[in-house]
Design a protein around this ligand. Structure first.
Ligand SMILES: Nc1ncnc2c1ncn2[C@@H]1O[C@H](COP(=O)(O)OP(=O)(O)OP(=O)(O)O)[C@@H](O)[C@H]1O
Ligand SMILES: [Mg+2]
Length: 500
């Protein structure tokens, strides 16, 4: 019998290692019925690993797992799903070639008596469920054609409306902008009030504290702290996450930021009246040597296609791009690279090779830019080792396969690529997505160093915190146009949100 005192879900003394890496050590964790449980911790702390045990993805572990007091040991994610446990993974798992509706109903399409998929019903339900998250898309559209943030929301919708009683969201908000996050939170609260239990993993500590009933901190494979969210604070949570040095990190997370323009330098990259149908229009901007320009806007405001245009991935319909004062045609990405423009996109998947070791992943850009003669044997690893230390990539082994790294650590590798051979203009889309507070701070330091060496940096993000902490000057994009500039003034998250 399930009594009130019996937690809905309980892990006792759970340990898990991958080869020599101990990802979880003797972890105990409790989830109650009808609670939102926030889970935080540095990159590689073991959050995803624990959730994958709960969701039946990792089946080989030590320790006890109980649901409603009864011991279970799932053999597959399907087993866990049958027991009412569903998970949104950190890496998208949508099927790009299927339609939106098919993705929402992946594996559980409504069928009629004869077992035939009821298409019209499926499209109708998909539309309704998506609408409650504020998503207005045609369910018949191919999902791969949609922006990544929308894909993420659709994946979330699939899990939220799957009927599961335990819902695990592993960094669901990393591609979402504030209005979408608010709608998501409203749905989470509604599900919670209806008795569902939700685990919410995120590096945005304010969000976690705001939406959760209970907060748990992981550190180094151990659960080190659990508290009602209302009885703890961000500074306590950061302290539990990283220990020494937390005061300094909190410092960089205060609410007001003073923007200071850098000493006058000529524009390195300039656009004049750049337009692309259905993406952005009439964009004129300048990026100077030695400055970080932030471009902020909500999801779908046009900043992603703009960034892709600057790297030669999309062709504008009208307008001009100038580098160092001369017009340039960015016909393709090699043309952009030859012009000294580098680009780190928001989706790490597209740029990384999961089955290759870390050191290869940090040096690919070098390999295709300059002759391999330059790379003496051993030099490649040596450079990689330097980046691994500089960015505190965990585990600190250049031979580790990229696919074995935690999500945030993979993102650091994506950035590391460009550090050994800095370009003239570095365009970063969501550069710190998925990184913990310490890593974000480290990346900020690196970006500032590159800027001080004279690089022009463009940071494009839907996260106000990211542009605020990185940029010297901020442009706001809204519905495809630049609507406002913030320079030489004090700004806050609220002011950015208001303008966007
Ligand atoms: N499939 C795997 N093979 C080998 N090692 C792994 C694998 N999955 C995770 N690890 C290791 O286990 C540890 C915990 O990783 P995990 O993905 O659980 O971290 P996390 O807390 O989710 O981090 P992040 O915030 O970066 O997502 C890390 O050291 C990671 O490299
Ligand atoms: Mg993770």
């Amino acid at each position: 019998m399930e009594s009130d005192a019996t937690p809905l879900l309980e892990l006792v003394g759970v340990s898990k290692s991958f080869g020599g890496v101990e990802a979880l050590r003797d972890v105990s964790f409790t989830l109650r019925a009808g609670e939102i449980h926030g889970l935080v911790g540095e990159n590689g702390a073991g959050k995803s690993t624990m959730m994958k045990i709960i969701a039946g993805v990792h089946t080989d572990y030590a320790g006890t797992y109980r649901i409603g007091g009864a011991e279970v040991h799932f053999r597959s994610a399907r087993d866990a799903l049958a027991a009412g446990i569903a998970m949104v993974h950190q890496e998208l798992s949508i099927v790009p070639d299927l339609t939106v509706a098919e993705n929402v109903f992946l594996g559980k399409q409504p069928t009629n008596r004869l077992g035939i998929v009821h298409w019209r019903e499926m499209v109708r339900q998909a539309r309704e469920q998506l609408a409650s998250l504020g998503i207005d898309v045609d369910p018949n559209q191919r999902i791969g054609d949609l922006p990544i943030g929308l894909q993420q929301l659709i994946e979330i919708a699939r899990v939220l409306f799957s009927g599961a009683r335990i819902i695990i969201l592993d960094e669901p908000t990393s591609a979402l902008s504030p209005p979408e996050i608010e709608r998501l939170f409203a749905v989470l609260r509604r599900l919670r009030d209806g008795g569902r239990s939700i685990v919410f993993i995120s590096h945005f500590l304010d969000d976690v504290l705001r939406v959760s009933d209970t907060v748990t901190v992981f550190r180094n494979g151990r659960r080190v702290f659990t508290s009602p969210a209302s009885e703890t604070s961000k500074s306590v949570v950061i302290e539990r996450m990283i220990g020494a040095g937390h005061e300094e990190l909190e410092e960089s997370y205060t609410s007001d930021f003073r923007l200071e323009s850098r000493p006058d330098a000529p524009p390195v990259l300039e656009t004049v009246g750049l337009s692309l149908a259905r993406a952005y229009r009439d964009v004129s901007l300048q990026v100077h040597a030695g400055e970080v320009l932030g471009i902020y806007g909500f999801m779908g405001c046009g900043q992603v296609p703009l960034a892709r245009t600057l790297f030669g991935k999309l062709k504008p319909d009208r307008g001009a791009v100038r580098i160092g004062g001369s017009p340039i045609s960015l016909r393709n990405t090699s043309a952009a690279r030859r012009a000294g423009i580098a680009f780190v996109p928001e989706s790490r998947r597209s740029m990384l090779f999961h089955l290759e070791p870390v050191y290869k992943n940090t040096s690919i850009s070098i390999l295709d830019r300059i002759s391999s003669l330059w790379l003496k044997p051993g030099r490649e690893r040596q450079l990689a080792q330097m980046h691994v230390e500089r960015l505190r990539i965990r585990p600190p082994r250049v031979d580790a396969l990229l696919g074995s790294l935690s999500g945030g650590n993979q993102q650091k590798v994506a950035l590391a690529k460009w550090l050994s051979f800095p370009p003239k203009v570095l365009i970063l889309s969501e550069p710190t997505r998925g990184m913990d507070v310490g890593a974000k701070d480290e990346v900020a330091r690196i970006i500032r160093n590159l800027r001080d060496e004279g690089l022009a940096v463009v940071v494009v993000s839907t996260e106000p915190e990211t542009v605020l902490s990185l940029a010297d000057r901020i442009l706001i994009m809204k519905k495809g146009g630049i609507v406002r500039e913030f320079a030489n003034e004090v700004v806050s998250k609220d002011r950015l949100l208001e303008a966007a």
